[in-house]
Design a protein around this ligand. Structure first.
Ligand code: SF4
Length: 250
């Protein structure tokens, strides 16, 4: 296991490496205890393309919130089939089922942080317990939170988060997609530049920020997977982020 100092040194060194070199290092160092996560939108395609060509069979976690556009699910099916991706679907803990069913329509609007926590953060926390390294596709140019991320980030429980595309820009994604003739999410050309769950995603203009259509007007820019909420290991710790009285459901 790498020390904190080694991780910091390598992270600095990787600032000048290509995403492919960083992924190859991750696979060489951690296989078979390495996985990546993907939301199967247009921005996700370059990383999926690289990873599936470097290590066939590497697990790709897809969080099935139950709120996805059907176009996302179809796109996921198509890519998984064409590229033989080892997709592993993640679902909310069944202990939330009654609460989630009772609040299906209102939860994303009334308390999106709680909704993201139980549908995304908790399932990912659970899945990542089985690996030592997590490859994520975030980029610094996407949000103010991601602007401060590092290429290698050690989590308290020993998990290493690896962000190979961190230094890429929107233009780099476009260039890679064109050079490799990669498919786009079906909603991309309809103005959905960043696609999340249907209740929390709208189409945007060509000059808007890439993620302007996510939780638009609700003061939220991240689902929690790439913020401090993710490091809170259980609901008792994370509860301060929520507005609903979650004591009733656990
Ligand atoms: S993106 Fe919206 S619908 Fe999806 S989990 Fe988060 S709040 Fe719920």
């Amino acid at each position: 296991m790498l020390s904190v100092q080694e991780i910091e040194r390598l992270s600095e060194e990787f600032e000048t490496r290509t995403p492919r070199e960083i992924i190859e290092w991750a696979v060489g160092m951690y296989w078979p205890e390495v996985a990546m996560s993907s939301s199967f939108q247009t921005q996700s395609v370059p990383l999926l393309h690289m990873v599936t060509r470097i290590k066939r069979g590497l697990p790709v976690f897809f969080i099935d919130t139950g709120y996805h556009f059907w176009e996302t699910l179809m796109f996921r099916e198509q890519l998984a089939s064409d590229w033989k991706i080892n997709v592993i679907d993640l679902y909310r803990d069944t202990r939330w089922d009654v609460f989630a069913r009772q609040n299906t329509r209102t939860l994303p609007l009334e308390d999106p942080n709680l909704c993201c926590y139980l549908h995304k953060v908790q399932p990912m926390q659970k899945a990542l317990k089985d690996v030592k390294a997590w490859i994520s596709g975030i980029r610094r140019d996407q949000t103010s939170v991601r602007a401060h991320a590092k290429i290698l980030e050690a989590q308290e429980d020993g998990l290493l988060k690896i962000n190979p595309l961190l230094n890429w820009t929107k233009a780099d994604v476009k260039r890679y997609m064109e050079e490799n003739d990669l498919p786009k999410h079906p909603l991309y050309e309809k103005g959905y530049r960043s696609v999340g769950c249907a209740p929390c995603t709208i189409a945007i203009g060509v000059n808007d920020d890439e993620r302007a259509g996510r939780w638009a007007g609700r003061g939220k820019v991240e689902c929690g997977l790439h913020t401090d909420m993710f490091r809170k290991k259980d609901i008792a710790e994370a509860k301060s982020e929520f507005h609903l009285d979650v004591t009733k459901v656990k």
